[in-house]
Design a protein around this ligand. Structure first.
Ligand code: NAD
Ligand code: GLY
Length: 361
């Protein structure tokens, strides 16, 4: 098992990464459970695969835990389900020391973290992520929340988990398309901060695509380690943490424009990363061959790297103006300087973004 620390002083926590952790939880921090009443939150898809394993080891450790299942899907990441969860927690008698366990992908993690952050003004929770995207991104860093009809992830809090338990074996049941979406975020870490890791992703593509255990552990450990370092330096995204948003300015605009029904998040981010690299090349901060290398790796993993035909560029630009990084109407984009290094570029000229979007359909 690999153990990493997210160094946030009194709120520091550990990320445990290994194969078979749900079958053999020896060494995991269940001494953190201080109440007789706790709650596991999951969805039927994940619970049927892994729920009984988690409940059984909790029982074995004499930790009482009720369960709430939320229907599977982003559609249910909303305040209505938060209300249901809080009601169930009150009915079950959870107290201020009760622990929530989030078993699932990013949807379950975000909902559970948000419920934990507001129940009785905040109780602890443990992340047990089961998608690659959740294991390398959403379970670490304490961003929690739900969607509003007027915008995705618009209601939320920063509330750090007290542990993240990553059993890499859970990825073996993950559908191929979901796996590739996680790979998009993994590639992101190579581009924003680690050229050696980017090389590794180029060289080990076959083994990574086949989900070889040693590769899974390596890509998750490296990704979490980069995320942990960034979060430790800038927990509330005052500055640096925005680099984790590479590919997301254009990616979010694509998701919004296609009503979240054409592309999954990782796919939209993949297109966004390729186009933001081209933008960096256009404004003269990234060499042409590096932009080509970025697009080539994205495509090599079966992810899209260009806009589909028929996209309305002006509408995409309007969505980008509503991005959370926009300041005084000026669009901010994370632009690579080389593979392994990015810069937060504020007030990018609309003509440059427009030209890149128009040339890439
Ligand atoms: P998801 O949670 O919807 O999971 C994707 C699908 O995989 C679901 O159908 C789920 O039931 C299924 N699944 C999960 N684990 C499985 C397994 N081991 N085997 C088989 N099927 C499995 O999607 P996601 O991509 O994990 O997360 C997306 C969400 O994460 C979005 O809501 C996004 O906003 C959020 N997010 C949050 C952060 C953050 O920092 N908090 C960062 C990135 C994304
Ligand atoms: N997923 C981006 C962040 O956690 O900041």
């Amino acid at each position: 098992m690999d153990t990493l620390t997210v160094d946030l002083g009194s709120r520091a926590y550990k990320i445990y990464i290994g194969s078979g952790l749900l079958d053999n939880p020896k060494g995991l921090p269940f001494d953190l459970c201080l109440s007789a009443k706790n709650m596991l939150i999951s969805n039927p898809t994940v619970f049927n695969l892994y729920g009984e394993r988690v409940l059984s080891f909790l029982r074995h450790l004499d930790i009482h835990c009720d369960t709430i299942l939320i229907p599977d899907g982003e559609l249910y990441k909303d305040l209505t389900w938060i209300e249901h969860i809080l009601t169930a927690m009150l009915r079950c008698g959870l107290d201020r020391k009760s622990m929530l366990f989030a078993l699932g992908g990013g949807v379950i993690g975000d909902i559970t973290g948000f419920a934990a952050s507001i129940y009785m003004r905040g109780i602890p929770f443990v992340q047990i992520p089961t998608t690659l995207l959740a294991q390398v991104d959403s379970s670490v860093g304490g961003k929690t929340g739900v969607n509003h009809s007027l915008g995705k992830n618009m209601i939320g809090t920063f509330h750090q988990p007290c542990a993240v338990i990553i059993d890499t074996d859970t990825l073996l049941s993950l559908p191929e398309r979901e796996y590739r979406c996680g790979i998009a975020e993994v590639i992101k870490y190579g581009i924003i901060s680690d050229a050696r890791f980017f090389n590794y992703l180029e060289n080990k593509r076959q083994d990574i695509s086949e989900r070889k255990p040693a590769c899974l552990r390596e890509i998750i450990r490296t990704s979490c380690s980069i995320k942990a370092q960034v979060v430790a330096l800038d927990e509330k995204e005052v500055g640096l943490r925005a680099i984790l948003n590479y590919g997301h300015t254009i990616g979010h605009a694509i998701e919004t424009e296609t009503d979240y029904s054409v592309y999954k998040h990782g796919e939209a981010v993949a297109i966004g990363m390729a186009l933001e690299a081209q933008l960096a090349r256009r404004i003269g901060v990234l060499p042409e061959d590096e932009a080509v290398r970025i697009s080539a790796l994205i495509e090599a993993y079966g992810l899209p790297a260009s806009l589909p035909g028929g996209m309305d560029v002006e509408r995409l630009l309007n969505h980008m103006r509503l991005d959370k990084k926009t300041e005084s109407g000026k669009i901010t984009v994370i632009t690579p300087l080389s593979v392994g290094e990015v810069k937060i570029t504020k007030a990018v000229a609309l003509e440059d973004i427009r030209a890149v979007l128009k040339n890439n359909k």
